[in-house]
Design a protein around this ligand. Structure first.
Ligand code: SF4
Length: 940
């Protein structure tokens, strides 16, 4: 038989070299081995040694090979020749491009640096881009967090010093009950999938709370198809049930949270509702052993949760007593919230009971001694195997900050944060608010800004306001409208710049942000604002510079294009100063390096910024003689020091063996490359849990340079900075909000989490627009830049509107039908598909599949352009007018988070149009269309 069989090569040689770098097909940042054959990428596999993915690679990651072959890659710098929005450009040299950019930016810096708005999208070099903007001197800098998940990040930092994703993860080895809210796919892509695999293999349980049963919810053991925007109410009901049953961790609350801290009850004073503090400004607790007031961190103190203390005839109670009063209210009983949430009272009680059972009856101990910040030695670590994860689904609502806060309160009441089996922080988190900067906004001609742009407001004094009380920033971040806007409000930049509210700008400089398409609300309106001219015939936004690697829709709306490389052709720094790749057991950072050289006239954007910084003679980029400090971004990664001994990369410093702190090592990048492009430093066993209170962890963190001295802190069930802002709204203090915002601040900035209906519910007639409309992130793609990938397009080449059974039947829909979907702002006509696993009052579609004709080098008849669509056309960046003449942003009033998911629509059957509506004219493409077939032979 063997004689007639053909001889097959079952292990063909696919590469002659392997180069290890870091994936960027999503923000998870797995380690990858890039196999090269004859100098070309032949295939990509996961790096088994890498701390993030341990060899696992997803469909997106392996499709990176098509990303660097994409016809949509920009090929050279471009200068606009036709009208804005036409897509007509000429290719120019880099010298010409950089001279042009300098000629636009230099006068702005010398006269009024705030006239430059510099905003970046999904880049991962924010500590660098913010450093550049700070040296330029403009207050107008932020990344995309304001339209992504700032509610999640900010609520986490203010409550417990960190949130999910980069901040932390479940203890996947030990957790038994995992509850996820508002997550389909996530930035933490492979680790969550690996973790879920471990959990399921152990027989653990997953509860998914999401109106849509997609992504992780599809493998949940229990799915809660909640009504959008009511997660906070549902969580408050869980808290109500747990408090009523006494199923909370009193010992944890007393030791590690501000539950035993005393609130000032002196009614009507400027201190009402603030924490009682000693002369060193430390919050006070009553010591159970002595009955005396003591600073919370005094050695040996045993805080009393039930203490009450009389001072000058006023009785002051603990945070815990106030919290119990709040959530034991019948307003939060399961019966009171069930209908609104679309979850029965019995189910809410059953879920609360399950959380309590696993947290308390399946508690366990690790034989691991540790010492807390009060000097107490503990022989064991107590585990509670319940963990949570949440993301944009609960965040992107106008009530999202308080909803995210309520979830953290639930975690803390169960005693499941930073304990074995629970949720664990990833270094350099946790960090209290006090370890973060406050926002800075004071700009002067020809000077750097007075400090970092973004930060955490402690009270009215930190708001970014000018002397006259008007907003200092173009996006109105850190104002009374949204005081805790720690990531800025990118979704308001173009609208405010166009309206000249609070002022006009001269130049808009964007990186990796598809603002004329899927990254904007009110997409058509944004296109009009970008192309609008004033009475003199000049563009209202005079200059637009844009950097992207691909021919996205935004390219057509810029005057100057600075073409970026792909992630396999560049140096990048995934830094502990920024958004690192740490795991709960280890601090880690990583690099990318050019595993292949670009075959086009493109440059890494960060290197372009280094060059521009030198041409503009920015202080952080030039020495005292005005000579460039750095050759390019790689040079900056090695030689820049943010503080003495602390640079962008923590590994291989000094002589190559120093970690965290150390002198510059000229061979640092080579050491990273030899190590697989990452560096990892493990947390010592005694420091692995209880990180905010663990003396061992605090010392380890100081050694690595996360902070300069130990700073243990308490979790904040009660967020005092919110109360300080409320006090101002009540009339206390010098810095006062405008009258029209006083009640909003008092109502929405409650120091305990509250629930209120999404603001669009109050702004529109919900009988006319009865249906909720959402998007989900596709598991196989990452926003727009994956959806032109030839392999990934095979999975999602178009996106129907998914409709639940009730609405499907009411409208008599059949397969192949189309529907008109109308919001208060606009209408679209799109293909529909039936989905049973969906909240009965919700429709949804995949995010960012729809494309504009002419963009991304796709054929004009590509399904993405003819049947694909965006929900963005239905969403406005402003709420409908209230008749008061003011512009009210469609954002969370605490943080400014874009309220994408508050959208209300009505849906009706429509005759099939030729294409999804609205249709737009095709853009002229600055790149050629892709060939029908791409062949690359990689085996020998
Ligand atoms: S999860 Fe993200 S970073 Fe990891 S392999 Fe997939 S695309 Fe790449």
């Amino acid at each position: 038989m063997a004689m007639n069989e053909p001889v097959l090569e079952t292990s063909p040689k696919v590469s002659d070299e392997v180069r290890k770098t870091t994936c960027y097909m999503c923000a998870c940042r797995c380690g990858i081995n890039v196999h090269l054959k004859d100098g070309k990428v032949a295939y990509i596999e996961g790096n088994r040694d890498h701390p993030v993915n341990k060899g696992v690679l997803c469909a997106k990651g392996s499709s990176g090979i098509m990303q660097i072959n994409a016809p949509s890659r920009l090929r050279a710098p471009l200068k606009r020749t036709g009208p804005r929005g036409s897509g007509e450009f000429e290719e120019i040299s880099w010298d010409e491009a950089l001279e042009l950019a300098t000629s636009w930016l230099e006068p702005i810096r010398k006269s009024a640096p705030e006239k430059l708005a510099f905003f970046t999208g999904r880049d991962q070099s924010q500590s660098f881009t913010s450093f550049w903007a700070q040296n330029f001197g403009t207050p107008n800098y932020a990344a995309h967090g304001g339209f992504c998940s700032v509610n999640m990040a900010t609520a986490g930092i203010y409550t417990m010093g960190g949130a999910f994703w980069e901040f932390g993860q479940p203890d996947w080895e030990r957790t038994k009950l995992f509850m996820i809210f508002g997550v389909a796919e996530d930035h933490d892509s492979n680790p969550i999938k690996m973790g879920l695999g471990k959990l399921k293999a152990r027989g653990g349980k997953v509860i998914g709370v999401n109106p849509i049963r997609s992504g992780y919810n599809a493998i949940a053991d229990e799915w809660v198809g909640i009504t959008p925007g009511t997660d906070g109410l549902f969580i408050c009901a869980l808290i109500h049930v747990l408090l009523k049953a006494g199923k909370i961790d009193l010992d944890y609350l007393a030791q590690f949270t501000n539950a035993p801290c005393l609130l000032n009850a002196a009614t009507g004073t400027a201190e009402e509702g603030l924490l009682l503090r000693d002369s060193d400004d430390k919050p006070l607790v009553v010591d159970r052993a002595t009955g005396t007031l003591q600073p919370f961190d005094k050695e040996g103190v045993k805080p009393d949760l039930a203490a009450q203390i009389d001072i000058d005839g006023v009785t002051h109670k603990t945070v815990f007593q106030h919290l119990a009063d709040r959530y034991l209210s019948d307003d939060y009983s399961p019966e009171a919230v069930a209908e609104r949430c679309g979850v029965s009272a019995g189910r809410i009680k059953a879920i609360a009971a399950e959380l309590a059972r696993v947290a308390f009856e399946e508690a366990f101990e690790l034989d691991q001694p540790w010492t807390d910040f009060r000097g107490n030695r503990h022989e064991k670590m107590l585990g509670r195997p319940v963990s949570f994860h949440a993301m944009r689904g609960i965040s992107a609502h106008s009530n999202g900050f308080q909803t995210c806060r309520s979830l953290h309160i639930l975690q803390i009441l169960l005693g499941t944060v930073e304990v074995p089996g629970g949720f664990r922080f990833k270094p350099p988190y946790p960090k209290p608010v006090e370890a973060h900067p406050t926002p800075h906004c004071h700009s002067k001609p020809d000077c750097p800004l007075d400090g970092p742009h973004l930060g955490f407001v402690r009270g009215p004094a930190d708001l970014a306001l000018k002397e006259d009380g008007s907003p200092a920033r173009i996006d109105k971040a850190f104002t009374w409208e949204n005081p805790l806007s720690a990531h800025g409000l990118m979704h308001m930049v173009i609208s405010n710049a166009h309206a000249g509210d609070p002022y006009k700008i001269d130049a808009l400089f964007l990186y990796m942000a598809n603002m004329s398409w899927n990254s904007s609300m009110n997409t058509r309106g944004v296109m009009e604002m970008l192309t609008d001219k004033d009475e003199n015939g000049d563009y209202v936004i005079p200059r637009i510079i844009y950097s992207d690697a691909y021919s996205s829709e935004m390219v057509a709306y810029a005057d100057l294009i600075l073409p970026d490389t792909t992630y396999l052709e560049r140096y990048d720094c995934i830094s502990l100063l920024d958004r690192p790749i740490c795991e709960a057991d280890a601090a880690a950072d990583a690099i990318r390096w050019p595993v292949v050289e670009p075959d086009r006239d493109v440059r890494g954007f960060q290197s372009v910024l280094v060059d521009l910084g030198a041409r503009l003679k920015l202080p952080g980029f030039t020495d005292e003689k005005g000579d460039p400090l750095y050759k390019d971004y790689a040079d900056y990664m090695v030689n820049h020091q943010r503080r003495p001994g602390i640079g962008p990369l923590a590994g291989f410093r000094g002589n190559g063996t120093e970690t965290g702190r150390g002198e510059v090592n000229p061979n640092q990048l080579q050491r990273y490359i030899e190590n697989g492009s990452f560096f990892v430093e493990h947390v010592p066993p005694e420091a692995a849990f209880y990180k905010p209170w663990n003396a061992g962890y605090q010392d380890w963190a100081v050694g690595l340079g996360f902070y300069d001295k130990p700073q243990p802190y308490l979790f904040q069930l009660y967020v005092e900075p919110l109360r300080r802002l409320q006090l101002a709204a009540e009339g206390h203090g010098d810095r006062q909000p405008p009258d029209h915002l006083r009640q909003q601040i008092i109502d929405r900035l409650d120091p305990f989490p509250i629930w209120y209906a999404p603001l669009e519910d109050a702004a529109v007639d919900t009988d006319a627009y009865p249906v909720h409309a959402l998007t989900q992130r596709p598991m196989a793609m990452y926003h727009s830049w994956g959806s032109q990938n030839a392999w990934l397009r095979q999975i999602h080449g178009q996106n129907p509107l998914y409709v639940p059974t009730k609405i499907w039947q009411e409208n008599g829909f059949k397969d192949g039908d189309w529907a008109k979907v109308t919001s208060v702002h606009g209408e679209i006509t799109v293909p529909v598909a039936h989905m049973a696993g969906l909240n009965e009052n919700t429709v949804w579609t995949w995010n960012a599949i729809g494309k504009r004709k002419g963009a991304w080098a796709l054929d004009e008849h590509a399904p993405e352009a003819t049947r694909g669509f965006l929900l963005n056309h239905l969403i406005h960046e402003l709420l409908p007018p209230k008749g008061d003449g003011l512009r009210w942003s469609n954002s969370d009033p605490v943080t400014g988070q874009a309220a994408w998911f508050d959208l209300r629509v009505r849906i009706e059957k429509a005759p099939p149009p030729d294409e999804s509506q609205p249709e737009f004219d095709a853009l002229k493409s600055p790149v050629v269309k892709g060939p029908a077939i791409v062949r690359q032979k990689v085996t020998s």
